[in-house]
Design a protein around this ligand. Sequence first.
Ligand SMILES: [Zn+2]
Length: 296
Amino acid sequence: MRTLLFFILFISGILAKGIEEYRPISACARYNKIEYRLLRSFRFQKSHYYLALNPYTLESHILDAKRVVVSSCSQNYFNSRYYKLLDYSTAAPYPLQNDGITHGSRGLYLSVDLCPSSHRGYERRLFLALIAQPKHPFPVTLFITKRWILRHFKAFKELKEWQKKGLLDITWGNHTAYHRYKQKNILKHNFVLLPKEHLVNDILDLEVTLLNYGVIPSIFFRFPGLVSDRKSVEIVKHLGLIIIGSDSWLAKGQLPKEGSIILVHGNKNEPQGVLSFLQLLQKRDHLEVKSLKSLQ
Ligand SMILES: [Zn+2]
């Protein structure tokens, strides 16, 4: 009954800040005979839950802690796609810009950043074009921020609805809650490298926001401005998230090639990037776009 109540409230997105004691953990566990990596622990109405990842499908789930058996990680876990991608995406060297996975093996991957923006509305035309594609539902990863959600709540609700109706295959990526930026600072001291940044809180705050609105966060993370250093990469790894960069930032004229992770902005900050993608959709009938969850 307790689990049922949670899921009814969760699916309707009315947990209304009901999530408490949200904290990162790192352990393997069994649930219904499947091995999961536990990522976060939290309480809802005094009951205990986990945010957990299936390391083979890269799908995240909410599990009732009462039915979870914490166990040591199997050899299969260390050979899983998740474990390999986590290691690969956080390995040295640590470039100041565009660290993490920037391309896959084949096909294309579409990522849309929703950084804080004072623009009214959002790139609705992009999502309507995706919904109209023959590939259905069209896979897209949104790297979202809390500041964008709170200022564009109607748009956020619309995106959630499209996913719920099966019109889009959305993976909800983490782009931090606050996405801090100081115009006068050089990159080395900007975005998450600003002195007052608390990266752990910034990441967890976005996850709690998504959960409170009925969305399960994925394990994909993109650094604001694609700017990071060794310390911030290690923090993200410690939280169990896979870092995603891009080798095709369309507004910068970086055209996609086989395996590219495409980056456009869905917040109206770079309309030319969205336009380039729409032109690409028109030009190529069978654009093979895949979910980041299929990365090898
Ligand atoms: Zn951003």
